[in-house]
Design a protein around this ligand. Structure first.
Ligand SMILES: NC(=O)c1ccc[n+]([C@@H]2O[C@H](COP(=O)([O-])OP(=O)(O)OC[C@H]3O[C@@H](n4cnc5c(N)ncnc54)[C@H](O)[C@@H]3O)[C@@H](O)[C@H]2O)c1
Length: 253
């Protein structure tokens, strides 16, 4: 297997936050990256960061919960960049609410983006990976998989992704494909800013308070997560599969 081959990676939800940092990180390692997000325009900033640094990237507009859109997007990536060998299921949304106030739509939206999205993307990409006898799938779980007030939908989806990951590891392992999950704790992104806003707390104050509860005494950055994802997607991680790595500045139960 040629380790110098430029492998094609798809990172979903890569217009900003953890997805953008991951796309930039994988491109720096020589991957050609499809920067996928709801609107291609929104993904252009990440593409520009990558190309300005001498990397290769394209913007792809796609709703990961839409089966036809996913099929078309993956086919387009295969045509323009080459068949995907790395997939990072990162796209995500929050619809936080206490159970008694959680609407059907709050539940369904979170399940659609996180679980259905990871399923559709993984199913579309595995065909290319099986053909190559090589693949790396990394899905974003969360420390919320262990339970978090106001996040019955999100916690269920993120715990579900851990079972999904372990099953892919078993089914796809014989074809040279690994599947792993990265479960971040508190990472500074628009998503956590949105949580602070919902709780009517100043975001800087929110970060300071959270940092005090984290053993390494700081909140996480998107790059902290991108580094862990880069490990799982690397050639050297071929014997590591079905794992969940908490990237949270300390141990979690
Ligand atoms: N920020 C954290 O503290 C944290 C902690 C644990 C897990 N995570 C997970 O990490 C991932 C990235 O989180 P983030 O904080 O960078 O979030 P973010 O809100 O900053 O970015 C999410 C991206 O996903 C995109 N997206 C949403 N729905 C989509 C869809 N249907 N199709 C395609 N793209 C879609 C958004 O447009 C956005 O660009 C998510 O899965 C999130 O649940 C985040």
């Amino acid at each position: 297997m040629a380790t110098t081959e430029q492998r094609v990676a798809i990172v979903t939800g890569a217009a900003r936050g953890i997805g953008a940092a991951t796309a930039v990180r994988l491109a720096a390692e020589g991957r050609a990256v499809a920067v996928l997000d709801l609107a291609a325009d929104a993904a252009l900033e990440t593409v520009e960061r990558i190309t300005a640094a001498g990397g290769t990237a394209v913007a792809v507009g796609c709703d990961v919960s839409d089966s036809d859109a996913v099929r078309e997007a993956v086919a387009r990536v295969a045509e323009t960049l080459g068949p995907p060998r790395i997939l990072v299921n990162n796209a995500g949304v929050l619809r936080d609410n206490l159970l008694f106030k959680m609407s059907d739509a709050d539940w369904d939206t979170v399940m659609s983006v996180h679980l259905r999205g990871a399923f559709l993307m993984s199913r579309a990409c595995q065909a290319h990976m099986v053909e190559a006898g090589f693949g790396r799938i990394v899905s974003l779980s969360s420390s919320s998989a262990l339970g978090n007030r106001g996040q019955a939908n999100y916690a269920a989806a993120k715990a579900g992704l851990q079972g999904f990951t372990k099953t892919l590891a078993i089914e796809l392992g014989p074809f040279g494909i690994t599947a792993n999950a990265v479960a971040p704790g508190f990472i500074v992104t628009d998503m956590t800013a949105q949580t602070a806003e919902r709780m009517r707390v100043d975001f800087d104050e929110f970060q300071r308070a959270r940092a005090e509860t984290i053993p390494v005494r700081r909140v996480g950055r998107p790059e902290d997560v991108a580094d862990a994802i880069a490990f799982f997607t690397g050639e050297a991680a071929g014997f590591v599969s079905g794992q969940v790595l908490y990237v949270a500045g300390g141990p979690l139960d």
